[in-house]
Design a protein around this ligand. Structure first.
Ligand code: ATP
Ligand code: MG
Length: 556
């Protein structure tokens, strides 16, 4: 699909290139292994773009494998949403969706093999004792008294574990590695625990479930994964990954490589924290447009291309860092600037009456949909005596910097005429409610004949023909760059992360907007029709991103 010149290049592709050159591999197989215990977030997008991107670039294959060994936390809703999100991002896995649970029988067989080789044992220490026996980084662990139980006894115990004859926590299967290892994960890691839990794929077939360290490497080997890419926190676990593969009878020897996680400012990324936001109703759901989930970004109006571009820009390294939100926002802004048709929407309307315009007249203006893309054509926009403009676009008096409508001054209405404000009405509180103007009929598409070129251009809609709309303005969900570092991250939610404007008016052409379809509302930003609450009958638009970075440091 991609041209060679377009290929990402990073320390992982260097390893792959070397493996292909040396003949170690002739084809590349990767996998994306989410645990179905939440919706995918933008961090997962980094992993998806990496794994599927490599498969595309090297004409290899990438599997989608659900790492489903914690039945209590997992759910079929997550399984479905994850598939949808991967496809929406523009990727397709090789063959059928896979599940670690597809391999439960084989995993069981490999556990028996380790027992038979004297490399695994059933331990009856309590969980507290196991922790105590494990030691610390400073202090070596000590052997469990059950470590030297005979192979036959261990086989019997393990079988009984499988048959449900032991209670949860009563015993577990452990690898016999090295209780004095400087890598804690090598101090006889647990391979299987008893759990009487219903599983979304295997039902009630199993009451023992394999642990991540045992499952992941074997699943990789079964699928013929060549390069198993994961995040840095699994660096130490690479030892147990290799130990298990070396000690079981399996042909393939996948290799694990670690890269740094994506961290983004002003948001949280762990599924546990995201789940808290959903559970405590601090957001409207996993797809709330303020969530850093793929479903949230999608609903907010981000495009798959902009998220892929973002992942390309941040690159893949082993260095831990935190990316500014502006990097993500500029990726979507650049994409939408090129692709999104323009439209006019007045978010906070006041009325304009053009007193020298004929009362019943409605004129149809033709306005280009995109300033630089002729192929997007044009649309019809009704113009009439009564219009709406933004309240903030009118002042009775203003200095020269204010290039909008001011009493006795002229301004251009985008795509229409030049008008001059003559007087205004106010309510009891002094808010302007109506601005009275005159228009110059000779200024459609040209400057006034007297040579007075108006300084500003403002947007507008016809009062009668425009449609009511609800506009949802989103901002960063948290007030601090690193909410995860707070004692309680739910206490630093930005109270202005969602502002709902319910009196907005939009031009009639927006009635045709499709869910998630993006528009640039002139002078306001990029918006899309909400994919849940929006329809032709009830226009609800989400602000994807503003026209420029309002969070950028002063001085820009
Ligand atoms: P979380 O900590 O957010 O719950 P996780 O690592 O437990 O994430 P998994 O479903 O196990 O979530 O992750 C699937 C894949 O996505 C793994 O390979 C994991 O390393 C990768 N991944 C998860 N979070 C990030 C991130 N922030 N940046 C890059 N890759 C990530
Ligand atoms: Mg995980």
């Amino acid at each position: 699909m991609s041209e060679t010149s377009n290929r990402a290049s990073n320390f992982i592709t260097n390893i792959i290139d070397a493996d292909l050159d040396s003949g170690k591999h002739t084809s590349i197989q990767t996998r994306f292994p989410p645990e179905p215990n939440g919706y995918l977030h933008i961090g997962h997008a980094k992993s998806i773009c990496l794994n599927f991107g490599i498969a595309n670039d090297y004409q290899g294959k990438c599997n989608l494998r659900f790492d489903d060994t914690n039945p209590e936390k997992e759910d079929i809703d997550y399984v479905n949403s994850i598939q949808k999100d991967v496809q929406w991002l523009g990727f397709q896995w090789d063959g059928d969706v896979r599940y670690s649970s597809d391999y439960f029988d084989r995993l069981y067989g490999y556990a028996v093999e380790l027992i038979e080789k004297g490399l695994a044992y059933v331990d009856f220490l309590t969980p507290d004792e196991i922790r105590e026996y494990r030691g610390t980084l400073q202090k070596p662990g000590k052997n469990s008294p059950y470590r030297d139980t005979s192979v036959d006894e261990n086989l019997t115990h393990f079988e009984k574990m499988k048959n449900g004859e032991y209670k949860e926590g009563e015993c577990c299967l452990r690898a016999k590695v090295d209780m004095a290892s400087s890598f804690m994960c090598m101090r006889d890691p647990v391979l299987y625990r008893v759990k009487f839990a219903h599983h979304h794929q295997t039902g009630d077939k199993w009451c023992i479930y394999p642990m991540y360290d045992f499952t992941h490497c074997i699943s990789d080997a079964i699928e013929g994964i060549t390069h198993s890419l994961c995040t840095l926190e699994f660096q130490d676990n690479r030892r147990i990954y290799d130990w298990i593969i070396e000690n079981i009878s399996i042909e393939c020897t996948p290799r694990q490589y670690e890269f740094s996680r994506l961290n983004l400012e002003y948001t949280v990324m762990s599924k546990r924290k995201l789940n808290t936001l959903v559970e405590q109703n601090l957001v409207s759901g996993w797809d709330d447009p303020r969530m850093p989930t793929i479903a949230g970004f999608r609903r907010r109006g981000y495009t798959p291309a902009s998220i892929r571009e973002f992942c390309k820009r941040i690159g893949v390294t082993k260095m831990d860092n935190t990316i500014e939100m502006g990097v993500l926002e500029s990726a979507v802004r650049e994409d939408l600037n090129e692709s999104a048709p323009r439209a006019m929407a007045v978010l906070d309307p006041i009325k304009v009456v053009i007193e020298n315009y004929p009362e019943a007249q409605v004129e149809t203006l033709n306005i280009k949909n995109h300033p630089n893309d002729e192929s997007q054509g044009s649309r019809e926009v009704p113009f009439s005596r009564e219009l709406y403009i933004e309240a903030e676009d009118f002042r009775e008096e203003a200095n020269k910097k204010y290039k909008r409508l001011v009493l006795d001054k002229a301004v251009r209405l985008r795509g229409a005429y030049v008008i001059t404000a003559t007087r205004c009405d106010k309510d009891d509180e002094g808010n302007v409610t109506t601005v009275y103007c005159t228009y110059d009929p000779n200024t459609l598409g040209k400057n006034p004949e007297d040579g007075t070129k108006p300084k500003g251009v403002i947007h507008w809609v016809s009062a009668e023909q425009s449609l009511p709309a609800e506009i949802r303005l989103y901002d960063r969900l948290f007030t601090v760059p690193n909410p995860g570092g707070e004692e309680d991250f739910t206490k630093v939610i930005n109270p202005e992360s969602l502002v709902v404007l319910s009196n907005a008016r939009v031009e009639p052409y927006l009635a045709q907007a499709k869910p998630e379809q993006a528009f640039q509302f002139e002078r306001q930003g990029y918006f899309c029709l909400d994919n849940k609450d929006g329809s032709a009958d009830k226009l609800v638009f989400n602000r994807t991103v503003g026209l420029r970075d309002t969070w950028a440091k002063i001085g820009d």
